[in-house]
Design a binder for this molecule. Structure first.
Ligand code: G3P
Length: 220
């Protein structure tokens, strides 16, 4: 499973990229607003830090403007993936950009039917928002299971399932069990994945026992 981070905070991205675990980055208009910076500057900076796909979302809702925005975002760097909403004009934009060789991430997916449309429109990624489904007492992970199963049935569907709106480490492991291709993680969830109390306890015991030996590996 690939790990993307879901943030436009460049210092967070730099910090997490240093772990070697970050395969890409996703942003959205809310995350760009939170950064307080100009979208073109932020995306360019992120593209310099991480080699993998960097999702930058269009802000228009009509085909002509979405296409122009997408073309402009795609020119920032070779690894920009243009993000479009799952609307008729969004999917029309997806088809046009994909046909021109630009990767597209179709966002705001809440049903398996929508995911089929995105695959047919040539999307490189589909972003089902599992946390927002759970928030309304729907089954986010059930949607991931449905989309993974449907996409596997068709060799001509090349779209990767990018699990979005993740809230916890168990969302990541459940999605991985289902075979989803990518999880996009809030930085806090990526950090939480490292945590286990038995790891901390075991390490403390090893360090104590080692100290008692008086040895140094580098001095031998
Ligand atoms: O970037 C898309 C998605 O991951 C947003 O998640 O937490 O705002 O529902 P959230």
């Amino acid at each position: 499973m690939k790990f993307f981070v879901d943030t436009a905070d460049v210092s967070e991205i730099r910090d997490l990229a240093a772990t070697g675990l970050v395969d890409g980055v996703t942003t959205n208009p809310s995350l760009i607003a939170k950064s307080g910076r100009r979208i073109l500057d932020v995306i360019a900076e992120i593209c310099d830090i991480v080699d993998g796909p960097i999702s930058a979302e269009v802000a228009a809702t009509d085909f002509d403007t979405m296409l122009r925005e997408g073309q402009k975002l795609a020119k920032i760097a070779d690894n920009v993936t243009v993000k479009v909403p799952l609307t008729p004009d969004g999917l029309k934009t997806c088809r046009a950009l994909s046909d021109a060789g630009t990767k597209v991430n179709v966002t705001l997916c809440f049903s398996a039917g929508q995911a089929i449309l995105a695959a047919k429109a040539g999307a490189s990624f589909i972003s089902p928002f599992i946390g927002r489904l759970d928030d309304i007492s729907s089954n986010g992970m059930g949607l991931i299971a449905d989309i993974v199963q449907i996409y596997r049935n068709y060799d001509n569907f090349k779209t990767e399932v990018l699990v979005a709106s993740i809230r916890s480490p168990s969302d990541v492991t459940e999605a991985a069990k289902l075979g989803a291709h990518v999880s996009t993680l809030p930085p806090s969830v990526l950090r939480q994945l490292f945590q286990h109390p038995l790891t901390d306890k075991g390490l403390q015991a090893f360090l104590k026992d080692w100290e008692a030996t008086g040895q140094s590996i580098l001095d031998q």
